[in-house]
Ligand binder design. Structure first.
Ligand code: ZN
Length: 348
């Protein structure tokens, strides 16, 4: 079969012929229908320091996917050949202390599709059947694939109450944009979207943000955020990993508020925790992955009920054979989610 392969350590990737995967016991063979490009894919494509230490080529890239079940390995009875599924991309061990207490999202032995295991940018993909989530009927395959990153936003937004709260979303990549829609759906009284890219803030507005803050060249960010909140923030959903933005959003926060930290920074952040967090009774949550599978239930409920419409986020649809253009689009960052499709007629 054809696959987008990271063949060797170093920048780039190539379309290559690789052996057809076969599902073993407990596994499902999926035919790719749609796959999103994630920041992680860009890191692997560019071969940044994280990728160089983590990824062992040759590796088929990609993880956010919608697929059709082609075949099932022995012992799989909860899936049906021919059905469409979304895929949880964290493959967990089931035996570490975290897994045993049901905290699969922080499994100590997590392997990630497209990073530690062959991934989604291929004609066919083998995944653990446990990780396949049958998709609500009638959903656009791009939306089915988007459940994975959206699940990060759902997980972050579900750490506390949002109803009648002033919610600041810092960082309006696809996950932040989904968080804007979720906060509105949960009845936030005011949602403030923060980014430095005008095109993303435009999408945030389409997702229902009440106020957009462009941080390009901004000084006095804390004051800027307070003004945008018309007072203080009750909740911050932090999707940027940017230290100055984290500092500013804490400065804008009301005592007793809560923060979900999901964005990953480039390095350590310095914060005066005593004055910003401890003395003001702020609750901070580190959020990673998705709860397996409560987060998936919530995510697909938002989508199938129409309470959150992620259509505005899915801005670019590109054939996988045109992956270099897709990577450039995603890297430029002036878009929402870039979605790859199998080339028409060429793949089975
Ligand atoms: Zn585990």
């Amino acid at each position: 079969m054809r696959a987008l392969l990271k063949r060797r350590a170093g920048p780039g990737a190539e379309m290559a012929e690789v052996p057809d995967p076969r599902p073993g016991p407990g596994e499902a063979l999926l035919k790719l229908v749609a796959a999103g490009i994630c920041g992680t894919d860009l890191h692997i494509f560019d071969w940044n320091p994280w990728a160089a230490t983590r990824v062992q080529p040759p590796r088929v890239m990609g993880h956010e996917m919608a697929g059709l079940v082609l075949a099932l390995g022995a012992g799989v009875d909860h899936l049906t050949v021919g059905e469409m599924v979304g895929v949880e991309t964290h493959v967990v061990c089931g035996t570490c202390p975290q897994c045993l207490r049901g905290d699969f999202h922080v499994c100590q032995n997590t392997r990630i599709l497209g990073v530690d295991l062959d991934g989604a940018f291929a004609e066919q993909v083998v995944v653990p059947a446990r990780n396949c989530r049958p998709a609500p009927g009638g959903l656009d395959p791009a939306v089915i694939a988007f459940q994975e990153p959206m699940g990060n936003a759902v997980h972050a937004a579900s750490q506390g109450n949002l109803r009648d709260r002033v919610v600041v979303v810092t960082g309006c990549g696809p996950i932040g944009l989904a968080a804007v829609g979720i906060a509105k759906a949960e009845g936030a009284s005011r949602v403030v979207a923060v980014d430095r890219v005008a095109a993303r803030l435009k999408i945030a507005e389409e997702m229902g943000a009440d106020q957009m803050v462009d941080t390009t060249g901004a000084t006095g960010l804390g004051t800027l955020l307070r003004d945008a909140c018309r007072g203080t923030a009750d909740v911050v959903l932090e999707m940027s990993g940017h230290p100055a933005l984290i500092q500013a959003s804490l400065e804008a926060m009301t005592p007793g508020g809560w923060v979900s930290l999901l964005g990953l920074g480039d390095g350590p952040s310095q914060l005066d925790l005593s004055s910003l967090v401890v003395m003001r009774g702020i609750t901070m949550f580190g959020v990673t992955g998705r709860r397996q599978f409560a987060t998936w239930e919530s995510t697909s409920a938002y989508l199938s009920s129409g309470r959150v419409d992620v259509g505005p986020i899915l801005t670019d649809r590109v054939s996988i054979t045109d992956f270099e253009r897709a990577v450039e689009l995603a890297r430029a960052g002036a878009v929402g989610k870039v979605v790859l499709y199998p080339p028409e007629g060429e793949w089975a």
